[in-house]
Design a protein around this ligand. Sequence first.
Ligand code: ADP
Length: 489
Amino acid sequence: MPELILVLDAGTTSTRAMLFAADGTLRHVAQRELGQHYPQPGWVEHDASEIWDSTLACAREVAEVAGGASAIAAIGITNQRETVVAWDSQTGAPLHRAIVWQDRRTEPFCAELRAAGHEAEVQVRTGLLLDPYFSATKMRWLLDNSEQVRGAAERGTLRFGTVESWLVFKLSGGAHLTDASNASRTLLLALDGAQFDAGLCDLFGVPKSALPQVVDCEGQLATAQAKWLGGEIPVCGLAGDQQSATIGQGCLSPGETKATYGTGAFVLTNMGGAIPRSANRMLGTVLCQQSGQRTYALEGSVFVAGSLIQWLRDSLGFVTSAAETEALARSIPDSGGVTIVPALSGLGAPHWRADARGVITGLSFASGKAQIVRAALEAMAHQTHDLARAFAADGAPWGLLKVDGGMSANDWMAQDLSDMLGLEVERPEFVETTALGAAMLAGVGCGLFADLLVAANAMRGNVRRFSPAMEDDVRRERLARWRKALDAA
Ligand code: ADP
């Protein structure tokens, strides 16, 4: 049996294909940037044909390096979540540009539904909130605003899907399916329902007949046609990017938690088989579905993480590279009382204040570049600390925090996280956890591994641990300053 796994990672800004060996070694990566379209303020679109063309080109490059399709045991796909593609089942062509997760155009419809009192029920059933971020209102917008989409709906040839669904349709030449982790981001799947929910489809005005079948995250899910990569290859793993990263971090037991620090920060805690019910406006989501059995996760996101460092670099010119922040933070014993609340685009979980704006408090003539940069890094631990408290209040206390993402490369920040949370922080040497999760799922799905735990042991490499070493009174003083600054924001 071949032992290589081809991962297709359809991200927001780029599309990649990656070749993994069964021991987790990354053999090859092919990558293409993805065009971003901003037709109006707050609107973000992708060209679905470009996503497919780039994916195919990258996959072909990787398949050649692998030595052909026969050397590849399975394909795993991970993707930007919530983004909606509409296509025609007859022509196989997109009917409109894909509406991206960041797109805010459906806020008025969301506000209408909130005003009509639907949010509480929607939250209980789907784990999500009435926000333009999720897929359903984007589908409705396409039906209301695109003649092509409406025409296909009338002919019965309209197909809606998130990005993994689109790629599976193209690869297989017609299969219309989605995995439960992606399906759980649409507002159309009840967390306890096997398939899309008729009542939710009615509420959002989306025809159930245009939606894919909901399937497991691993198994023999579809087959890529021989014409694409020179031979048939089974598609054996599917998961949304954050769920995939959670699996790639080996968060396979209840309570295990990962935090990804990229542009923003995404935190997911494995909740086992229990449907998460948040009293703190965290999201409940499907982490993974295997043989029809679901594992759930509680998810919280912080809007501003690495983007604060980019702002210090690009707008203020305090550093020339993000990595310089580490030496600056280390160059002083503390921030000299400077505190930053990075609410530059509002505050996400657990505060949910879209109207909040950033503040810098505690400035004196002694405050310089180093103090402000250090305060910016400290803000990551402060924001994560608030999330930790909210997760604990929702019955999901963290025992250990596994970190990844571009910003986690900062050793000073990783140590500060450990200090402020009073928890061990673990960082893998191999930081491509999103792709690794999809490789693990595909490896289990094709029978290379007995289960995800075996896959994790085989494929996950070494980790580095950071242990808490801060005095209690220092931590208390920092948190008190943070709370005061939050009030100002
Ligand atoms: P995304 O996937 O959201 O594009 P990445 O995971 O690639 O983001 O992380 C990039 C972000 O991490 C950037 O915003 C950058 O400012 C920040 N970053 C990268 N390296 C460091 C570092 N050593 N210290 C602090 N921030 C960093």
